[in-house]
Design a protein around this ligand. Structure first.
Ligand SMILES: *Cc1c(COP(=O)(O)O)cnc(C)c1O
Ligand SMILES: [Zn+2]
Length: 398
């Protein structure tokens, strides 16, 4: 056994591939999406996964997402821009047993990441790769958390950050961007409106854009959640994973990680059923999934306390829907009122102040268990994507 351990030390990145039309792109230059006008899909980074690498190489590695550096896109380690993101804890539901029965329900708690959300993972990867490719200014539209993360990692990297955020976002999301030295542009509209403006201004000013899934590497950072889940569950994946779906990067990334690990021989072919949870006001994926459609329609019913879920039309909606179907998953919506109640229920009984996006998952779990979609004895993982501390101005305390 021991003499079979191959220790790769560097990124095994080979090229970028379009998952829709199969086109191949050179990963040593700057890329955005598939350049075929009829396609325009998100590009997926590819790695040499047939090198006989064993998971023993992870022993003694740092407890950050960069412990999986072979499967991340940075070629020269000195370009890694890290603030200690990733390797977040698995925390079981301890006290709310009356809702759980004989299921096992656990959180993957992303709230302790730098800037208080799992956006740190995607942005750490994207900013690192941008640094490697010589990029000096990065712009993004954001519903909140991606802006703060970009501002922080860009500051760390010595790169200029320009963030476009809806005016309605809680103040703290704006303050953190300014404190980290980013240029903040507040927009009277939603994230789609921000996206259009960023696109125009970026073209004029020569900024690189890291809009969700219009750039290949945020996906790679978020993918590390999939590697961690496997490692932390001792390479036996849970039965069901609940994911709060905005642009869908994490959902797609986790699924990509599972495929890579199966190719590596690190896990078998068994997959969790993936559940996309959206807010009632932004329910395009849920509607499309339940109607059997392969693409979603623009859906924006206005304000939600879960600002990370206010994405009216995810760029990679086709891929999200494909993952949900491949996994025999489900999709459901939760109202702001339910999220707020769930957030407080978790705070008061479990001692965790989770984001409304995470709280939506707890409510969704209860719903799908009552509907017997979650079956007795199944192990369920809920991904709490962020800290509740940034949302308090929209949560009443009674
Ligand atoms: C961005 C965000 C989401 C949605 O993530 P996607 O990967 O874009 O679907 C969920 N929760 C929080 C807290 C977020 O910031
Ligand atoms: Zn393509």
């Amino acid at each position: 056994m021991d003499n079979q351990i191959a220790i790769a030390e560097n990124s095994l990145l080979t090229y970028l591939k379009c998952p829709v039309c199969g086109a191949i792109y050179d990963a040593s230059v700057i890329n955005t999406v598939c350049t075929d006008d009829a396609c325009r899909s998100t590009l997926f980074a590819q790695y040499n996964l047939r090198t006989g690498i064993t998971k023993q190489m992870l022993e003694g590695r740092p407890a950050t997402m960069w412990r999986y550096k072979e499967f991340l896109p940075v070629i020269d380690e000195k370009n890694i821009v890290t603030l200690g993101e990733g390797f977040t804890p698995i925390v079981p539901i301890e006290n709310l047993k009356q809702f759980i029965g004989d299921n096992e329900v656990l959180w993957k708690d992303e709230s302790g990441n730098p800037t208080g959300s799992f956006k740190a993972r995607g942005i750490s990867a994207a900013v690192s790769k941008a640094k490697e490719l010589g990029i000096t200014a990065i712009a993004t539209p954001t519903a909140g958390n991606a802006g703060g993360a970009l501002a922080a990692y860009a500051a760390r990297a010595g790169i200029k950050a320009i963030v476009y955020m809806p005016k309605q976002t809680p103040q703290i999301f704006k303050d953190e961007c300014r404190l980290y030295g980013a240029d903040l542009v507040e927009i009277d509209g939603n994230i789609s409106d921000c996206g259009k403006l960023v696109n125009e201004h970026a073209l004029l000013n020569g900024w690189f854009q890291v809009s969700t899934l219009k750039e290949p590497y945020r996906l790679e950072g978020k993918k590390t959640m999939g590697y961690e889940i496997a490692e932390q569950f001792n390479w036996q994946l849970p039965d069901v994973i609940f994911y709060p779906t905005g642009g869908g990067t994490g959902l797609i990334g986790i699924w990509k990680a599972f495929e890579e690990m199966e190719q590596l021989g690190w896990i078998g072919s068994k997959r969790p059923r993936m559940v996309a949870v959206q807010s009632e006001s932004c329910n395009g994926i849920v509607k499309a999934f339940n109607a059997g459609h392969t693409v979603s329609e623009f859906a924006d019913g206005g304000f939600t306390i879960a600002n990370g879920l206010r994405v009216p039309k995810p760029y990679a909606d086709k891929v999200i829907l494909k993952v949900l179907r491949e996994s025999n998953g489900a999709a459901t919506t939760i109202s702001d009122k339910e999220m707020s109640a769930a957030l407080k229920e978790i705070a008061r009984n479990e001692g965790m102040l989770i984001a409304p996006e995470g709280a939506a998952l707890w409510q969704a779990f209860k719903k799908l268990k009552a509907a017997q979609w979650v079956k007795p004895g199944e192990q369920v993982l809920l991904i709490n994507t962020g800290s509740g501390y940034k949302y308090l101005e929209n949560i009443d305390q009674d």
